[in-house]
Design a protein around this ligand. Structure first.
Ligand code: HEM
Length: 151
């Protein structure tokens, strides 16, 4: 299903889609990095723990959350624009799958924010260094699929 009245706004919608994606990605790259350093701070509260907890909460709630919603809203508007997406196109199925994985990763970071805020350290520093690579790998796949459209 597509909506003809969306066609004239295609480039505007795509521009806002990319702006929202950039803000979302900035947070997805930075938040795991904050978790790497927060996991070094001993449990038991303290000034440093409070500072990291505040940075993580604001990054997630004030930037990443709204940016993810906007990326989805403008992205779905593009899907509903005539001639943009075919649900049998390989590039779109791989992109859409990777975007769902990116959204699940956002959810995992949000759940972990609540654990850190409660002064828990459930994962190792090495775990968060590895997690830091996830959005990079997904971004590479997404951008190559949507720009090159290889299949
Ligand atoms: C959140 C859900 C998302 C949806 C539903 C979505 C959907 C779309 C659609 C339908 C297009 C238009 C494709 C075209 O014009 O041929 C598009 C463009 C684009 N998307 Fe997304 N997208 C999403 C997330 C992302 C993410 C996370 C990234 C990057 C990490 C991304 C990067 C891009 C780029 C670079 C373009 C421009 C492609 C071009 O100019 O040809 N998108 N997106």
């Amino acid at each position: 299903m597509t909506l003809d009245f969306l066609a004239p706004a295609y480039l505007w919608v795509k521009s806002f889609h990319l702006m929202a994606v950039m803000a979302w990605m900035a947070g997805l790259f930075y938040l795991p990095r904050l978790y790497v350093y927060h996991s070094e701070i001993p449990q038991g509260g303290g000034v440093e723990h409070e500072r990291f907890a505040k940075m993580e909460r604001l990054l997630l709630r004030a930037i990443m959350g709204p940016a993810m919603v906007a990326a989805w809203l403008f992205g779905v508007t593009l899907v509903l624009t005539p001639g943009v997406v075919s649900w049998t196109a390989g590039w779109w199925l791989v992109k859409f799958g990777s975007v769902l994985a990116m959204t699940a990763f956002h959810g995992y970071l949000a759940a972990s924010q609540r654990e850190f805020a409660a002064d828990q350290r459930r994962r190792s520093q090495r775990h968060w260094r590895l997690m830091n690579e996830v959005p990079t790998v997904l971004m590479i796949v997404i951008v190559l699929m949507v720009i090159v459209k290889p299949f």
